[in-house]
Design a protein around this ligand. Structure first.
Ligand code: ADP
Length: 503
């Protein structure tokens, strides 16, 4: 059907065929309602194209396809080593298509092309990593009595509903698809409304890699409609979600009707603690990366920076100078650009609103704090990298996740005090600290209530290492070996070796 793909010319001069349909059973189909979602280039505010948006009846079709595929003799006969071959083929195809995939993400999300290239590199690396695990995730034998042989096996959970955010569209998809496929599940995955395009291009690669029809189904659609239908569907065995804490809470409620296995990776208001003995240049560099990278649209953003009073003034001076120098605002396709637009008008306006709240509550904006004057053509959702000081713990910008290039800096004097302040949040996703004292580093890392702690660095996660939060930042872990646990159930088998005597 003609409107299931359109030719698109990208800002960097490529022309490609962009699928726009729903990917069910390895085929492109239109949404049953005819509903569409526009995709907007946040750097220009223009509509790139519109894609089909799934409603509850399309979700039904996709779940049925996944269910049939999961139980089919074909998928059941594909053992771990063969699943590894499929995942490796998919990784090779992503690598071969990295230029176009990164181009689509830069256009659709607004992130600088070079950063998008890094994201796509992570996608094929994650797929290869989990290909490696596909035949190495097994059970145990355990000694019980002489009359029994007892062992466990790892079984796939079944049909997984995966809901991904817009900040790293294919990156977040790979964190979910990799372990789910390695463990032998079938999938219905939903992209975020703001960034529907790259995963549709990726869908064709899934088919080319040789995955049987129905094993991976890919939908776009509204969260409240398509997402909610997926979460509530009685034949979805597991839901994996990355997004805001508010939506995570809703999903938990919706999933409770059918008591689903859940992993939730939600929001954060992560601290970075810079002690007086920190290496200043290193602390400044990582402080910038932790809150200004990806235009601050990072769930683990260290958006509260605590600095010891002994180096406070020097840190603030150096940090502001560093942000102004490195966060070059501009067209996402220009090589020198570090800082592109926010993903959407809603995010752009929300962040600008926080600037006003900060000022009203008595904080001081010392850098940025408005629409970026350098935005190309006077258009796009560009927010100036913003630094705010004189912030106290009661202030809104200390407490709420802003999800933008917005750093608040707070002064402290004692270790105990800063640990208390760092933990004074409903969130617990990540934390970072800079110090030259190794004993203090270990001590404080132990006291910070967070799923991840970086010492003398920040936000340099690694797909081989578990990722996830505590408190209101989520439930469960993705990545690393721990990521497999979310996608497999343990079955215990008790084999009676003595058919005559009772135990
Ligand atoms: P944001 O507020 O930054 O857009 P969300 O957490 O709302 O982030 O969105 C993350 C993902 O969750 C998106 O794919 C979105 O469509 C989806 N989503 C939003 N609301 C719901 C819901 N009620 N049920 C299921 N998925 C949802």
């Amino acid at each position: 059907m003609s409107d299931l793909a359109v030719n698109i010319q990208t800002p960097n001069g490529l022309t490609y065929s962009q699928p726009t349909g729903l990917f069910i059973n390895n085929e492109w189909v239109p949404s049953s309602s005819g509903q569409k979602l526009p995709s907007i280039n946040p750097a220009t505010e223009s509509v790139i194209t519109s894609v089909h948006a799934a409603t509850a009846s399309d979700v039904d079709l996709a779940v049925s396809a996944a269910q049939a595929a999961f139980h089919s003799p074909t998928w059941q006969s594909i053992v771990g080593t063969a699943r590894a071959t499929l995942l490796n083929k998919l990784a090779d195809l992503v690598e071969a298509n990295q230029h176009i995939l990164a181009t689509i993400e830069a256009m659709d999300n607004g992130k600088p092309y070079l950063q998008a290239r890094g994201d796509i590199e992570e996608v094929f690396s994650v797929l290869r990593y989990y290909a490696g695990w596909a035949d190495k995730h097994y059970g145990q034998t355990m000694e019980t009595t002489r009359a029994k042989f007892t062992y466990t096996v790892r079984e796939p959970v079944g049909v997984c509903g995966q809901i991904i955010p817009w900040n790293y569209p294919l990156g977040m998809a790979s964190w979910k698809l990799g372990p789910a496929l390695a463990c032998g599940n079938a999938i219905v995955i939903k992209a975020a409304e703001q960034t529907p395009l790259s995963i549709l291009y990726f869908a064709n690669l899934v088919r080319s890699a040789g995955f049987p029809p129905g094993v991976v189904n890919i939908l776009n659609g509204h969260g409240g409609e398509c997402g909610a239908a997926l979460v509530q569907h009685p034949h979805i065995d597991k839901v994996a979600f990355t997004g805001s804490t508010a939506t995570g809470k809703q999903i938990m409620k919706l999933a409770s009707g059918t008591l689903k296995n859940l992993t939730l990776e939600t929001g954060g208001k992560s601290p970075l603690v810079v002690f007086g003995d920190a290496q200043l240049a290193n602390a400044v560099k990582w402080a910038h990366y932790g809150v200004m990278g990806n235009m601050g649209q990072i769930c683990t953003a260290t958006s509260r920076i605590f600095v010891h009073e002994g180096i406070y003034e020097a840190f603030v001076r150096e940090f502001v100078a560093y942000v102004a120098r490195i966060s070059v605002v501009g067209d996402p396709f220009e090589e020198k650009t570090y800082h592109g637009p926010q993903v959407s008008r809603a995010q752009f306006e929300k962040i600008l609103g926080y600037v006003e709240v900060a000022k009203k509550e008595g904080a001081k904006v010392i850098l940025g704090g408005g629409v970026a004057a350098e935005r190309p053509g006077g258009k796009g959702f560009f927010v100036s990298p913003t630094v705010v000081v004189d912030v106290t713990p009661e202030m809104t910008v200390y407490r709420e996740e802003i999800f933008g290039p917005f750093a608040v800096i707070v002064k402290f004097s004692e270790e105990e005090e800063v640990v208390r302040m760092a933990n004074d949040t409903e969130y617990g996703l990540a934390a970072a600290l800079c110090t030259s004292d190794i004993a203090r580093a270990h001590r404080v890392a132990g006291k910070l209530r967070a799923g991840m702690v970086w010492i003398n660095s920040n936000n340099n996660s690694d797909f081989r290492v578990p990722f996830g939060g505590v408190k209101q930042s989520g439930i469960g872990r993705e990545l690393g070996q721990a990521g497999l646990d979310a996608y497999s159930n343990i079955k215990a088998v008790h084999l009676n070796l003595n058919l005559v005597e009772s135990l």
